[in-house]
Design a protein around this ligand. Structure first.
Ligand SMILES: Nc1ncnc2c1ncn2[C@@H]1O[C@H](COP(=O)(O)OP(=O)(O)OP(=O)(O)O)[C@@H](O)[C@H]1O
Length: 326
């Protein structure tokens, strides 16, 4: 039997939106669960409701209705037990920039009730685990962005939680630091059996890091599964047409739409992305049509469906377009 480290059912959360406006429904019946030892990615564009979900699950906010259990405890009735069972790494760092990495970790351990010697030992263990041992004595303000983020994660682990919440853990990090942090999270989950719920609006992060994905849109989960199963559930291929000039009046989109086997088409700047039944037959047809109409093309590429295609399938819009809309 699968035991769930996190179980949220039908969460609704509204925020006041000013006197003349109806309340904003940030969560609209969100249901999600995370099996023990799994890294679950909550993927959605800005404003989808990811942070609100995390705040409710970490007892920082209360849902208007619905239920949630974390590590078996009710987030409303057993708040202290939940707080001891979880680690929470918020979007904004909670470390003291003037204190050293070691001091930050020891203080955090003391706050969780560890005796001083034990807090120091745990701090040193975490610094070593995250490759920060040689920087233990430096003020955090001198750390690189990647080092600071690793320290943030270490701070969330001081009290050996069973479930770790990471709210957009790699926002603002360069690709190398991002990959480094992904490896740390995978190590924690693989070797230490930690359950991780992370929020992200990076499709690549969701694809690479999450064993399970839940796609959030307008306060609801619209699709769930492993990244592979979600992509495999889409038939056909994705064809990308890069034009010399943008399709400002939508003519090219309409033309392509008429070809047999071509499904939804998304336009992003000079690029048109179409779902097609078979890439191998669609590419020559697309190229032939555009050549006939003397429409200049930079490139046409075909690929297997991506998470962006999965998102499009379930929400009717491309992830980038949803992000830009906020
Ligand atoms: N304290 C608040 N008061 C009013 N509205 C809020 C508050 N917190 C969040 N919201 C609104 O609720 C919706 C969901 O916000 P939330 O922060 O959960 O989204 P998100 O998916 O985490 O987005 P992001 O990726 O930008 O962090 C948004 O429309 C947001 O503006």
């Amino acid at each position: 039997m699968v035991t769930h480290a996190v179980e949220a059912v039908d969460l609704v959360k509204t925020y006041p939106a000013g006197r003349k406006n109806p309340p904003l429904r940030a969560l609209d019946g969100l249901t999600v669960s995370v099996p023990e030892g799994v890294v679950l990615g909550l993927l959605g564009p800005n404003g989808a409701g990811k942070s609100t979900t995390v705040k409710i699950l970490t007892t920082l906010s209360r849902a208007d209705s619905g239920t949630a259990h974390v590590a078996g405890y009710d987030v409303n009735c057993d708040q202290d037990k939940v707080r001891h069972a979880i680690g929470y790494v918020p979007q904004k760092s909670s470390s003291d920039p003037m204190a050293t990495g070691l001091e930050n970790l020891v203080l955090s351990g003391r706050i969780f009730g560890l005796p001083r010697a034990e807090a120091v030992q745990r701090a040193r263990e975490l610094l070593a685990g995250f490759g920060l041992a040689e920087h233990a004595g430096r003020p955090v303000k001198t750390y690189s962005g990647g080092m600071q983020r690793k320290l943030d994660v270490a701070l969330g682990l001081v009290h050996r939680p069973r479930v770790l919440f990471l709210d957009e853990p790699t926002t603002g990090l360069d690709p190398e630091a991002r990959a480094d942090l992904w490896n740390e999270v995978l190590r924690l989950s693989g070797q230490e059996g930690l359950t991780v719920l992370l929020t992200t609006h990076y499709l690549e992060e969701a694809d690479r890091l999450a064993g399970q994905l839940a796609i959030v849109d307008h306060g609801k989960i619209v699709a769930e599964g492993t990244p592979e199963s979600l992509k495999a559930s889409l038939r056909g291929d994705s064809v990308q047409v890069e034009l010399v000039d943008p399709d400002t009046d939508g003519t090219i989109r309409l033309l392509l739409r008429q070809l047999p086997g071509v499904g939804e088409i998304v336009v992003e700047g000079n690029t048109l992305r179409a779902r097609v039944d078979r890439g191998a037959t669609a590419v020559p047809a697309v190229l032939g049509l555009l050549e006939d109409k003397e429409i200049p093309v930079v490139a046409v590429t075909v690929s297997r469906p991506s998470l962006d295609d999965v998102y499009l399938q379930h929400t009717g819009r491309s992830f980038k377009v949803a992000e830009a809309a906020g």
